[in-house]
Design a protein around this ligand. Structure first.
Ligand code: PSV
Ligand code: MN
Length: 424
């Protein structure tokens, strides 16, 4: 469901006077302002297909109404998000949850909505109904070669689905690991995993990337076979130039310095992309920026600094994806909030006076270093983000317009009730 263009225009019109007032001070530094607007307009965040429905916990799930029940409906939802904020022009699919019946049809639907396909994700963390062998004791790390082959084959099929849709990357997240000491020979598990990844890597098209996502714990609670950025980097280095580490913000042990991890991965040319979310305890999958927006800003500061140092293109050289789950909110509202939080942190990072910071670091002027970062972080950049959206044809206040337009009620009316979005 898309909104009428006039609806967006009318929404913007009523807020235009106020918007001009709040954005005016930023125009004083015209060149910087225009540069930031340009960067924001290009910046697109991929929406995960599995976040378009209500998530759940292992204790229960409380599905909402009007959630998408098919890939077509998921694309429709992303199309609406993109229409509202003009920064959600991509979707990340999970196979087998999202196998397209007709890739050509899905591709043209996405094209019409201005959406491209970001990384395709494989799934060897669940057993499927028609699956011959179980992943109960792992997939690529499994002691049985037949299980490993099945997992390799699945990943190759995922690449094929991605190729048909125009995707350019594969994300491999393995739930492999062990729950008890002694269960696994770490070295052998690593070697088997590496061999499997090598076979998958060999099937990647020349212009594709492979993202190796790490996670400290869950579902295995003693060891994970790709448990941290060091292990992911090891795999990526051994695999070759098309392999990169993927950082999911929720996949670290408490208090990990994620911004430092990001900085060093970038330095090594091995940072591939992100799964954005927020957390208080573990892999909480909460709305981006809802718990620790300062950390998000510090991460973006390292990203901007590190990407500039390497001459990287902000919008296209890394995979920007959300990986969140919404238990108590309307998923579309939650995703609008997540994208907004990402753009705010990115804009604040763009405001940091990099030259002054570098000079202060050189002088060991620690207090000034902190001042410079916090000066940017404490700037309310929402008017800049709104201006970029306005120029791109989006809504000044996407969440408010979504609510005013009663989108969920309309979706509930025309989508079959009882249908559940696939995914976790
Ligand atoms: C695992 O927790 C993960 O972060 C991986 O990216 C999966 O693909 C995704 O969540 C699915 O829920
Ligand atoms: Mn993830």
């Amino acid at each position: 469901m898309l909104l009428e263009k006039d609806t967006i225009l009318a929404h913007n019109e009523t807020r235009m006077h106020r918007h001009h007032q709040v954005v005016a001070p930023f125009r004083d530094n015209f060149e910087k302002f225009e540069k930031i607007i340009e960067l924001l307009t290009r910046f697109q965040v991929a929406i995960p297909s599995w976040a378009l429905g209500t998530g759940g916990t292992r204790f229960g799930r409380f599905p909402g109404k009007g959630e998408p029940g098919s890939l077509e409906e998921k694309l429709e939802d992303v199309g609406l998000l993109h229409q509202l904020n003009c920064n959600s022009g991509a979707i990340s699919l999970h196979i087998p949850w999202d196998i397209p019946e007709s890739p050509d049809r899905i591709r043209s639907q996405a094209e019409a909505l201005g959406i491209r396909f970001d990384a395709v994700n494989s799934n060897t963390f669940q057993d499927q109904a028609d699956q011959a062998l179980s992943y109960k004791f792992g997939s690529l790390q499994h002691v049985d070669k037949a299980v490993r082959q099945q997992a390799i084959q699945h990943n190759i099929e995922v690449i094929e689905h991605g190729k048909a849709l125009g995707s350019k990357s594969l994300t491999v997240w393995l739930s492999d690991g062990s729950c008890f000491p002694g269960q696994l020979n770490f070295r052998k598990a690593f070697q088997r995993t590496l061999e499997g990844l090598q076979e998958i890597y060999a099937s990647l098209p020349a212009d594709w990337k492979m993202f190796v996502e790490y996670k400290a714990f869950e579902p295995n609670f003693y060891s994970m076979s790709v448990g941290d950025w060091g292990q992911s980097l090891l795999y990526a280095q051994k695999l070759g130039p098309k392999a990169f580490t993927l950082v999911d913000l929720g996949h670290h042990l408490p208090n990990a310095n994620i911004e430092q991890i990001v900085s060093l991965l970038l330095m090594e040319g091995k940072l591939g992309g992100f799964h954005f979310n927020d957390s208080k305890y573990g892999d909480d999958d909460l709305t981006v920026g809802s718990i620790n927006p300062y950390q998000l800003f510090l991460i973006f500061h390292e990203l901007v600094e590190g990407m500039n140092a390497r001459g990287m293109h902000h919008a296209t050289d890394l995979g920007w994806m959300i990986d969140a789950s919404h238990n108590v909110k309307d998923p579309l509202e939650d995703l609008l909030q997540s994208v907004e939080a990402i753009l705010i942190a990115y804009t604040q990072a763009l405001l940091v006076d990099a030259e002054a910071l570098s000079a202060a670091q050189q002088q060991n002027d620690v207090a000034l270093c902190q001042e410079l970062l916090q000066e940017a972080f404490r700037t309310d950049v929402r008017p800049i983000v709104a201006e970029a959206r306005l120029r791109a044809g989006g809504a000044l206040q996407p969440l408010q317009l979504y609510r005013e337009s009663n989108v969920r009620r309309a979706l509930t009316g025309h989508r079959r009730s009882g249908k559940l979005a696939t995914g976790l």
